[in-house]
Design a binder for this molecule. Sequence first.
Ligand SMILES: Nc1ncnc2c1ncn2[C@@H]1O[C@H](COP(=O)(O)OP(=O)(O)O)[C@@H](O)[C@H]1O
Ligand SMILES: [Mg+2]
Length: 250
Amino acid sequence: MIEIENVRLRYGAKEILKGVNLHVKKGETLVILGASGSGKSTLLKLIIGLLKPSEGIVRVDGKNISLMTEEELNKERRHMAMVFQYSALFDSMSVGDNVAFGLRMHTNMSEEEIKKVVDEKLHLVGLDGISDLMPANLSGGMKKRVSLARAITLNQDIILYDEPTAGLDPIRSTDISLLIKKMQNELHATSIVVTHDLKSANMVADRMAFLYEGSFLLIGTPGDLYDSSDKRIQQFMNGWPSNDAMKKGV
Ligand SMILES: Nc1ncnc2c1ncn2[C@@H]1O[C@H](COP(=O)(O)OP(=O)(O)O)[C@@H](O)[C@H]1O
Ligand SMILES: [Mg+2]
């Protein structure tokens, strides 16, 4: 479903991704783990075509994202949902208008039909009856739920989550992880979850991939990561302090 082959990405002289290979299968949830600055968000931006690789290929559904025109890309993006780290709701719009935004922009649905979809998606994320509230009246966890509802109005079959539990307390964080699982079960979506919240990663992952300074050190089952003898992976999984010696590797 998503294939990344030998991808390199440079910002000026700085190489952020240094030969990334990753295949995500239809219907699976892959968790990308890695320290801040390792290139996780950059990788998601390549998949939705916000960035183009300096080298290598990104394919979604067998189609090369880099070769698409802006118009083809916009069409392709309609079946991909991106849930950003910060909820990024429009503060001046009600919850209902926020969720309806994509439907108004990309479809010719009537207001009545739009309202039906908005209510259905808010129900899916466990937030019935809050359409008329403004984002300022919501808690952090509720905002994340609304942004998830907004992201999936077009019944996207690929969902990319960028640190979905960042900034939430452990209880809200578990709520969001359960919601991600619910999306898997009800929408059968193919998902990539970028996180450094290991508890959340364990709850949602079919497979995990560990990104380190721009390339994957290991892609495997959660058990493979926990059992890895690579010091850089052990350091992350156990939360050991940073240490320049660690960077030199195993
Ligand atoms: N637009 C940009 N221009 C230059 N450097 C950038 C840009 N965006 C991100 N970076 C750098 O790329 C690296 C990876 O960033 P990012 O993908 O956001 O990491 P992560 O999401 O893993 O924390 C960081 O060192 C960051 O400073
Ligand atoms: Mg990031």
